[in-house]
Design a binder for this molecule. Structure first.
Ligand SMILES: [Zn+2]
Length: 308
């Protein structure tokens, strides 16, 4: 694409920097995402940019798809180098200003209810400490200069992007579509991995309707925030949707022969213990909300029943 470069993260799986899309215009450079924070990640991104002739000093604008550390952690570095204008959705702006709020959109406390023996206190697992110490991808704090919402238009260099609100993984997650160029920046919604989802971030219902929204556009190229560029939109969306619905089918099959405990179901869906407290509990709850709404299950005292 003309004047557009995707600087890839080293690997798609967390903890890993998001890909960064860089667009050149008359004033310098525009970044979509700022990647992980932390010295190692930031150094790697800055040197990748330099080696591709994209000097970080020229960055005048940074657009963020959502307020998560692998996308906006790196903003600290760029605010030091070139003081860019920071743009994020109005829904995710409060979390950008005060990252402590991520505890709510991650639904962290739900984990305490089902896995009390892990001993997390009233405030639950401390996300910000975890990002910084275990993952080495610390979250940044930034006061956005501009907020955007569904339907807004963003002229970024030669591209006129339409803002698409795509919740599921983050309440204010946005994707960008340029109808003329037939390209989409999908953020975490479509890519190599299926992003986690939690009820407060939009849940399974939000994720599936976000996929439907993107699907309606005529798109030839999808730039994801994790993984390679996608040229088959239909196939990519089908794969992500299939993986989400697979979980649902599994839940329904399990309750077929009698009620199941919530915790038991988390352990079946996510056999790895380090995925159970988060995001296992939150993903299961997202599906149960959907299945209740569709009158396929009922719940009582943490027991899940198939609706007959
Ligand atoms: Zn994210």
């Amino acid at each position: 694409m003309k004047n557009l470069v995707m600087v890839k993260g080293d690997k798609p799986l967390w903890p890993a920097s998001s890909n960064v899309l860089i667009i050149r215009d008359n004033d310098g450079l525009i970044m979509i995402e700022a990647g992980c924070g932390g010295e190692e990640f930031s150094k790697s991104l800055v040197s990748k940019m330099r080696s591709q002739g994209l000097p970080p000093e020229k960055v005048h604008t940074v657009v963020l798809s959502h307020a998560h550390p692998d996308h906006m952690g790196g903003i600290t570095t760029f605010l030091k180098i070139s003081q860019p204008t920071v743009i994020i959705s109005e829904i995710d702006a409060p979390s950008a200003r005060n990252p402590e709020l991520l505890t709510d959109s991650f639904d962290v406390l739900m984990g305490n209810e089902y896995f009390p023996e892990l001993g997390f206190k009233d405030s639950g697992l401390n996300l910000l400490t975890l990002f910084e110490t275990v993952s080495r991808c610390p979250m940044a704090k930034a006061d956005p200069d501009k907020t955007i919402k569904e339907g807004d238009k963003l002229q970024l260099g030669d591209y006129l992007f339409e803002v698409i609100h795509t919740p599921g993984h983050s309440p204010g997650h946005i994707s960008l579509v340029d109808r003329e160029e037939k390209i989409c920046y999908s953020g975490d919604m479509i890519g190599e991995i299926v992003a986690w989802y939690s009820p407060s971030s939009g849940g399974a219902l939000g994720y599936l309707s976000s996929l439907e929204k993107i699907e309606k556009f005529e798109i030839e190229k999808i730039y994801p925030s994790h993984g390679d560029i996608i040229t088959d939109k239909k196939k990519a969306i089908k794969r992500i949707r299939g993986k989400i619905l697979e979980r649902e089918k599994y839940i329904l099959k399990e309750v077929e022969n009698g009620p199941k405990q919530f915790r038991e179901m988390v352990e079946k869906l996510f056999p790895s213990p380090n995925q159970q407290y988060f995001p296992g509990v939150q993903i299961l709850e997202s599906h149960l909300i959907k299945l209740e709404k569709e009158k396929k299950i009922t719940r009582q005292n943490h027991l899940i029943y198939k609706k007959t």
